[in-house]
Ligand binder design. Structure first.
Ligand SMILES: *Cc1c(COP(=O)(O)O)cnc(C)c1O
Length: 358
């Protein structure tokens, strides 16, 4: 077996211990004589997984009791619609557009009401987050939507906006990598395939008092209150993805939880940014205080050299380093499951490449 270091943005690398555990119990889960992919979602052995995963999310993020934690399908992109469908009672919401996913969420919001773009960093190719003190919130807005970490452009909010309207955050590419105060948010959602589990499941954490009255046109499947009342088992859930999420969450707890993970993530990102900032060949274009610790885009300044870098890195066992098609260049996604050895191996390779091509 030859495992590589996988820098993909999502689906992305998972902890090796978790993959091994899943492999080990794949044919016979918990003495049932069945695979976890074969068990009824109403079986008590399966329901125990869902409850355990929910409880671990609550424990690891210190989720207050008046918030629900639900597991839903359709990826983060479906939540772009679920947000207005559950919350847009006054028909108006604010959006800050800091990247491609933020823009998609904003465009989806426009389908259901007035979506006001109160911040936008597209003028500088989304290399920064708009200054929070300059934002003008709409009076009576149902919510403010932000994308806390911008996967494609490699930015994150160092701190979060404070406004009267509930704050809704898409945390797909950074959930469990930083400590947050859940009570500062109305809703947090995250597709699992970046920093948690295989694709197929999305976590929604929502303040229950906000979600009791979804719009009339809201499909039942998208009603967070319905998913909450049914403990994420309203219909057949993405059973295997939730099982994997549970294993990753257990692993995260063993490793010291979100605080320990954040320290490790800051350390890994620091190593990579330090190297890039001192390099004569590689450059990261993000304004320093907004740099993501999860997604690190970089360029050489030559498309030809970028392509050569990506091809040679792959031969060296460092894969999926191609940047998103919107920005080009390279991007190293260094999520929780990327070991520090992987980041060090990447830096060693970049050093060598620089000497040979600089
Ligand atoms: C990947 C990603 C999405 C889209 O997720 P899907 O699960 O593919 O719908 C949305 N928001 C952010 C921040 C992402 O990184």
């Amino acid at each position: 077996m030859q495992r590589v270091y996988n820098f993909a943005a999502g689906p992305s690398t998972l902890p090796l211990e978790v993959l091994k555990k899943a492999q080990e119990e794949f044919l016979d889960f918990a003495g049932t004589g069945m695979s976890v992919t074969e068990i009824s979602h109403r079986d008590k052995n399966y329901e125990a997984i869902v409850r355990d995963a929910e409880n671990l999310v609550r424990e690891l993020l210190n989720v207050p009791d008046d918030y629900c934690v639900i597991f839903v399908q359709g990826g983060a992109s479906t939540q772009f619609a679920a947000v207005p469908l559950n919350l847009m009672h006054n028909g108006v919401a604010d959006y800050i557009v800091t990247g491609n996913f933020a823009k998609k969420a904003y465009e989806e919001g426009k389908i259901y009401g007035t979506a006001n773009k109160i911040g936008d960093s597209s003028d500088k190719v989304y290399t920064y987050i708009p200054e929070l003190s300059s934002l003008k919130y709409t009076e009576g807005a149902d919510y403010l939507h932000i994308t806390s970490n911008n996967t494609i452009f490699g930015t994150r909010y160092p701190e979060f906006p404070k406004c009267k309207a509930p704050l809704v955050a898409d945390m797909s590419s950074e959930i469990f990598s930083r400590e947050i105060n859940v009570a500062d948010f109305g809703v947090i959602y995250a597709g699992a395939q970046k920093n948690l589990a295989p694709a197929g499941v999305t976590i929604v954490i929502a303040k229950r008092s906000l979600i009791q009255d979804p719009l009339k046109i809201c499909p039942t499947m998208l009603k967070w209150s319905v998913q909450d009342a049914n403990g994420s088992l309203y219909n057949t859930p993405p059973a295997f993805s939730i099982y994997m999420a549970d294993l990753v969450l257990k692993n995260l707890k063993e490793k010291g939880g979100v605080k320990a993970m954040n320290e490790a993530d800051e350390y890994k990102a620091g190593l990579l940014y330090d190297f890039i900032d001192n390099s004569k060949l590689f450059k990261n274009n993000v304004v320093k205080k907004y740099r993501s610790i999860m997604n690190v885009p970089f360029v050489t300044g030559s498309e030809e050299l970028d392509a050569k870098f990506i091809a040679e890195a792959k031969k060296a066992g460092l894969v999926s380093l191609k940047g998103h098609r919107l920005v080009g260049g390279m991007r190293a996604s260094i999520y929780n499951a990327m070991p520090v050895e992987g980041v060090k191996a990447l830096i060693q390779f970049m050093k060598k490449f620089e000497v040979e091509n600089g």
